[in-house]
Design a protein around this ligand. Structure first.
Ligand SMILES: N[C@@H](CCC(=O)N[C@@H](CS)C(=O)NCC(=O)O)C(=O)O
Length: 219
């Protein structure tokens, strides 16, 4: 099955081209990083609707995994996945700042990134499962995702003071984009009720210009 009747618009030569969607929490992480690094205006966004159940012809020419975000660099290389794109943007920024070089700070940031990234992965899979016909859904796997999401939120809440104190890095950005996705797609979960301190941290972080410029949108 191919989703796109018309191929995605061509990447613009000599620019940073991003296969993008306003709904993807992974894409949002890249765009938040780009805003924080002062690179957002250098990125040409290619609006790309993807689904796990189909293949996007234009995207698959550059990324056989059919995933967004995918970044085409100025010299034409196709980069994926989200972490690599963020690391690339950091490396070309005037002042790289999102991947701490010092060992302890780097481990802390990568660990938060893993929690935020893993939570996002789980939520995207969960949403896909939820959208299948009821007869095909696995209640068992969805209950397990519920438990894992709750446990991850509890873990993050226990680290709020450190999340607040550490200099901004890709770790906090990944966590914040995962929490933003909960608001966007899992509103009925009312996640703040069980982890209010994490909710307060997120609500503060969400005021950053980079987060406000990348709020998820249905259209
Ligand atoms: N591991 C990937 C995950 C990206 C991902 O799953 N993106 C979703 C959109 S939110 C996607 O492209 N889905 C299409 C598919 O799975 O074919 C990354 O970190 O970039």
């Amino acid at each position: 099955m191919t989703l796109s009747a018309t191929p995605a618009p061509s990447p613009l030569p000599g620019r940073l081209n991003l296969f993008w969607s306003p709904r993807s929490p992974f894409v949002r992480r890249v765009m938040v990083a780009a805003h924080e690094l002062g690179l957002a205006q250098d990125i040409h966004r290619i609006d790309t609707a993807v689904a796990m159940t189909g293949c996007h012809a234009g995207l698959m020419q550059v990324n056989p995994l059919n995933k967004i975000p995918t970044l085409i660099t100025e010299d034409g290389a196709a980069l994926f996945d989200t972490m690599l794109i963020c690391e690339y943007l950091d490396s070309v920024a005037a002042v790289p700042s999102l991947f701490p070089p010092a060992r302890a700070a780097r481990l802390q940031s990568m660990r938060w990134h893993a929690l935020g990234h893993g939570l996002t992965d789980l939520l995207v899979l969960w949403r896909n499962e939820r959208n299948r016909p009821p007869a095909k859904q696995s209640g068992e796997v969805m209950r397990a995702w519920d438990s894992k999401a709750s446990a991850t939120l509890g873990q993050l809440q226990s680290e709020v003071a450190a999340l607040q104190a550490a200099p901004l890095s890709i770790g906090q950005i990944a966590v914040a984009c995962a929490l933003g996705y909960l608001d966007f797609r899992f509103e009925q979960m009312r996640w703040r009720d069980s982890v209010p301190a994490l909710g307060a941290w997120f609500d503060g972080f969400n005021q950053r210009a980079s987060m406000q410029a990348t709020l998820p949108a249905l259209a």
